[in-house]
Design a protein around this ligand. Sequence first.
Ligand SMILES: NC(=O)c1ccc[n+]([C@@H]2O[C@H](COP(=O)([O-])OP(=O)(O)OC[C@H]3O[C@@H](n4cnc5c(N)ncnc54)[C@H](O)[C@@H]3O)[C@@H](O)[C@H]2O)c1
Length: 274
Amino acid sequence: MAGSILDRFKEAVEESKEITTDKKIRIGIIGTGWIAEAHVANYLKCPDVEIVAAADLIPGKAEKFCKANGIEGVRLYPDHKSLIDNEQLDAVSVCTYNKTHAECTIYALEHGVNVLLEKPMCVTLEEAVAICKAEKASGKILSIGFQPRFDENMKMIRKIVQSGELGQIYYIQTGGGRRRGIPTPYGTSFIEEKTAGLGALADIGCYSLDMVLNAIGYPKPLSVSGYTSAFSAPIRITTRVIPNTPRSSPLTISPQRSSASRTTSCSTSAFPGP
Ligand SMILES: NC(=O)c1ccc[n+]([C@@H]2O[C@H](COP(=O)([O-])OP(=O)(O)OC[C@H]3O[C@@H](n4cnc5c(N)ncnc54)[C@H](O)[C@@H]3O)[C@@H](O)[C@H]2O)c1
């Protein structure tokens, strides 16, 4: 039964478009650390994309990055503002640590530049609201870097769910963690309070949240709540009721107009046993 359902959906052919323009999309890279390498590697595969500028707060880092990643003739800047002020860009990749996601993204959108923003979107709800407002006001495109959405398995799950084959989805459980430790090829800015601002739920949990919410069509939540804990620290329970909605319960996100709920759990690092 399960096999026959999968076979049915496998037959669907993805649409692909051939690009027939000489115009190159002019890209700026903001933050030239670890993940920026992946952005550059993929831009280099696109014949209609040109990386024209890069910026990093750390002196000399952007230059070293460009050399190491084989991009030449790129103008270099000491921060996101000078890059955006001095270039005519179509888009920027915001590859900075979490705490500067909002300021870089809002500045780019306010200056008419499309943004590919690394996950997690930002650090506070207030920042998220400000980013969404800036996107609406700009008329530009903001995309958050949730690449697992484009994974073939995830695309298949979304297709099956959206087809109605599984009926109404009323409960989803998801989770995530790193099984091979914390990857630290260039430091740990994504887990340190002063640069990341958030913990495992934001760093890793945002993927699992996005994957399931994307599969079910991003219903508007009624309430969001959860708890945080650490070694030798008391558990802190936080509940945030979305305005104008009546109820909340721990560790659930309840989509509007249905009784659906989901839970997620994640850890920054879990090593396999001996
Ligand atoms: N999508 C993925 O698979 C994936 C994987 C790893 C990291 N990430 C995300 O990418 C982001 C960056 O992570 P990383 O490991 O590459 O960090 P990193 O510390 O290696 O690089 C971030 C760089 O941004 C620079 N920076 C910060 N604010 C800036 C500003 N205003 N202007 C210019 N440069 C600025 C820093 O100086 C630093 O060099 C994080 O938000 C992380 O969650 C995503």
